[in-house]
Design a protein around this ligand. Structure first.
Ligand SMILES: NC(=O)c1ccc[n+]([C@@H]2O[C@H](COP(=O)([O-])OP(=O)(O)OC[C@H]3O[C@@H](n4cnc5c(N)ncnc54)[C@H](OP(=O)(O)O)[C@@H]3O)[C@@H](O)[C@H]2O)c1
Length: 188
């Protein structure tokens, strides 16, 4: 069965971006040489899913319209589903599907695109919450860095209590703690 995994960096007070949608606080954390957490995770995914803010942030921050080769270096030929109500530019040569509406309407296509690999839910938190509401959140992987922001974009603006979450792995990578939780389906 295809797994839906939320994999993101976050602060100790539960934010994935600050109030200006900046991630500079994340880039300021000292990196560890040969940290393979992200490439190892990407090896196991078949498709990426994100909201419009995350996509436009990537376009602008990484200048992906001018340098589409960066995307291919990171993700190879994996397709991405971008949820939006707008007409956004596509990255040249990259399989980007702009979609909208109920997330569940896209599950069959996402499962087919992922094959035997995972669906990576990049965020934002509300979009991931919509996947959980529809019964499609199997795993949460948080790279928690020693930063508190006091406000911004929440990791996951939902009430999900401990009977649904099982901590299955913890790794320290320099100043970051990587936490992996299995998520049980909500009992309706
Ligand atoms: N720390 C990290 O590793 C990390 C990871 C991911 C994201 N981030 C950051 O976190 C922030 C998240 O931003 P965000 O909270 O605004 O979330 P987002 O999910 O990236 O974008 C939300 C937008 O997506 C569109 N959307 C969402 N659901 C939709 C649906 N069902 N149908 C159609 N459109 C839909 C809407 O945009 P429109 O109506 O305008 O089209 C909505 O305003 C960004 O700054 C991002 O860069 C950080």
């Amino acid at each position: 069965m295809t797994e839906f995994t939320y994999f993101t960096a976050c602060t100790i007070d539960g934010f994935i971006a600050d109030t200006d949608n900046s991630l500079q606080w994340l880039f300021d954390v000292p990196v560890v040489e040969n940290d393979s957490a992200i490439p190892d995770f990407i090896d196991g995914i078949g498709v990426l899913v994100m909201g419009a803010t995350t996509y436009t942030w990537m376009l602008e921050h990484e200048q992906l319209l001018e340098h589409p080769d960066k995307w291919r270096d990171w993700y190879r030929d994996r397709p991405a589903w971008v949820f939006t109500h707008r007409e956004l530019p596509s990255i040249p040569g990259v399989d980007i599907r702009f979609v909208s509406g109920e997330v569940a309407d896209h599950f069959d296509a996402l499962r087919e695109a992922a094959g035997t690999r995972k669906v990576w839910l990049l965020g934002g938190g509300e979009l991931v919450g919509a996947f959980d509401d529809a019964g499609a959140l199997d795993e949460i992987c948080l790279g928690m860095v020693p930063v508190a922001l006091g406000g911004g974009a929440q990791v996951l603006p939902r009430r999900i209590t401990s009977e649904r979450l099982t901590l299955v792995d913890v790794q320290q990578v320099g100043q970051r703690v990587d936490l992996r939780y299995k998520v049980a389906r909500a009992v309706s």
